[in-house]
Every structure is written in C-alpha cells, then in structure tokens.
Design a protein around this ligand. Structure first.
Ligand code: ROI
Length: 276
C-alpha cells in the first residue's frame, strides 16, 4: 500500500521507568509510516484526499508531550492509536527511539517498533427477550459509539426459529460488518460489556437472552483457545447466522473451511432440505 513517511521527529518528553526520567525529561525520536491509498491525491493534487504530514507530526509531538508513560512500548501504542483514530489511514508503523536511555552502556539508541491497523470483523447479533428490535439497535449504536469500532454494514433484521434444541421464543437476528482497531480479545471484552449493559444474564446454556453478540470472522485470523474461537465454531451450521451474513458478505471466506459465506449458506440449505 502507498505510504507517507515521517522520519525521526525529535521531541522532548518525560517517559521512563526511573522517576528521574519523569522529572528531567530527555530526547525521543519518532518515526511513523502511514499506509493509505494515495491514488486520489496523486491524481487530483488535493490535500483533503490525503493526510497532512504536518498535522500528523504535530499529533505525534502532542501525544509524546502530553503523556508520561513508563514504557516506550506504551508510548508507541498510544501514538499508533491516535494516528489511526484521527486520520484516514489503514495501518501505521511506529518506531520510538530513546537515544539517551540511562543504561550506562555506550549504545547508539534503543527503540521499539510496532504496526497497528484497522481490521474487518463480522458479528452475529441476536435477541429473544423483551424489546428485541430495541436490543439490536442499542447494540449497533453502542458499537458505533465506541471510537475503536465503526459499523460499516448491517444486514436486515430477521425473525428466526430457535436453534439448539431449547424451546423458547423466536429470535431477532442480524449480522454486522465492523472496522475495529481492537484486538480480537479486546473486541470480545467490548461485546461482553454491551451484552451486560442490556441486562444479559448467563443462566441456561443456549437459553433465552436479551442480547447475544458473537464474533464470526476477524480478518483471516484463526484463533482456537479457551477464551476465544474464531471463526465462530458453529457458524457454518447456523442458518440464523449465514442468511444475514450472506446479505452483507457473500464472498467473505471462512479461513478454516476455505469456503465463501455464500457457498456455506448453499451447503446448509441443501443439508436442511435433504434431512426434512
Ligand atoms: N437461535 C436463533 N435462531 N438465533 C440466535 O441468535 C440463537 N442464539 C443462540 C442459540 C441459543 C444457540 N440459538 C439461537 O445462542
């Protein structure tokens, strides 16, 4: 992808583990690569279609000067997040150098480097208690209200029969495409927070719920641990997931099965038709 480079911006700031560093301050040298599509700027010569590198450099300076962190890792993370949130960039690479680090050895510099960016995730949302439509709408509003998430697409709301064998009321379901700078684990935490704020209690497994939010896909990532399973472990068997997901992302690929959402939907319909 096209890149704007900001190379070795010098700032004076107070980050460090030693209290003396927080008082005296020292030099930090920051480099940032901003990844974005520069075709429009290249063709139109219009600054509003790109990022003003002066504004980006000023933001970096402000983040460095207005905070005091122990670690340069934390500072780099904060710079990366600020750039991603303030400017229309897909990804950033940030290097924080600390040439005067008090390590009592003759080294040129110490530094950290990290890359952060916007990710695409697909979520399933569902409710079968109370004002179901209101719960889904609140979930969408709360996701959009979080600066680290942007709801890009929402499917229509579908009334679906309960899946999973527990007798209960019909569900209202939908799927969302979001952009997020949160890691999969942080995104999961946010989804739990939103569920809890809508009064979600975990009483019966697969029982009624005011609001259920699941991560279906997160880029092409595959995660399988005690906390999180991505892609959602049962999504290919759930019509209430595949039908709305097919509306907004028919060509998204399930990274384990290597199959498009449209094909998974078709396969499930065939399976259901052959069993009934
Ligand atoms: N069934 C439907 N139709 N919709 C859901 O959102 C839903 N969610 C669940 C279980 C209980 C598995 N069944 C569902 O968690």
């Amino acid at each position: 992808m096209d890149t704007i480079h900001i190379k070795k911006l010098e700032v004076f700031a107070n980050h460090g583990v030693h209290p003396e560093e927080n008082v005296l301050g020292q030099k930090f040298v920051i480099s940032a690569d901003l990844f974005l599509d520069l075709h429009d700027a290249g063709e139109t010569d219009d600054l509003t279609t790109s990022v003003h590198y002066g504004h980006a450099a000023l933001l970096i300076k402000e983040v460095c000067e207005n905070t005091t962190f122990l670690l340069i890792e934390r500072l780099a993370e904060e710079i990366a997040n600020s750039l991603l949130l303030k400017f229309p960039v897909e990804k950033v690479r940030v290097v924080v150098e600390k040439p005067w680090a008090p390590v009592k050895l003759p080294l040129e510099t110490v530094s950290v480097e990290l890359e952060r960016g916007w990710h695409t995730a697909y979520l399933s949302i569902g409710s079968n208690m109370g004002d179901t439509k209101q719960h889904l709408e609140t979930a969408i509003a709360m996701l959009n209200g979080n600066e680290c998430c942007r709801v890009m697409k929402a499917s229509s709301f579908l009334t679906t029969k309960p899946y999973g064998g527990v007798e209960q009321a019909d569900f209202l379901n939908a799927c969302l495409e979001i952009k997020t700078i949160l890691s999969p684990y942080k995104l999961l935490d946010l989804l739990h927070e939103i569920e809890n704020s809508e009064g979600r209690e975990r009483i019966i497994r697969w029982g009624p719920r005011t609001l259920d939010l699941d991560i279906l896909l997160y880029d092409n990532e595959i995660i399988y641990d005690d906390v999180l399973k991505i892609p959602h472990i049962d999504m290919h068997n759930r019509r209430f997931v595949l039908e709305p997901l097919c509306e907004i992302a028919p060509y998204a690929i399930h990274p384990v099965l290597g199959t498009s959402v449209m094909k998974l939907h078709e396969n499930l319909r065939e399976k259901e038709n052959s069993t009934f």
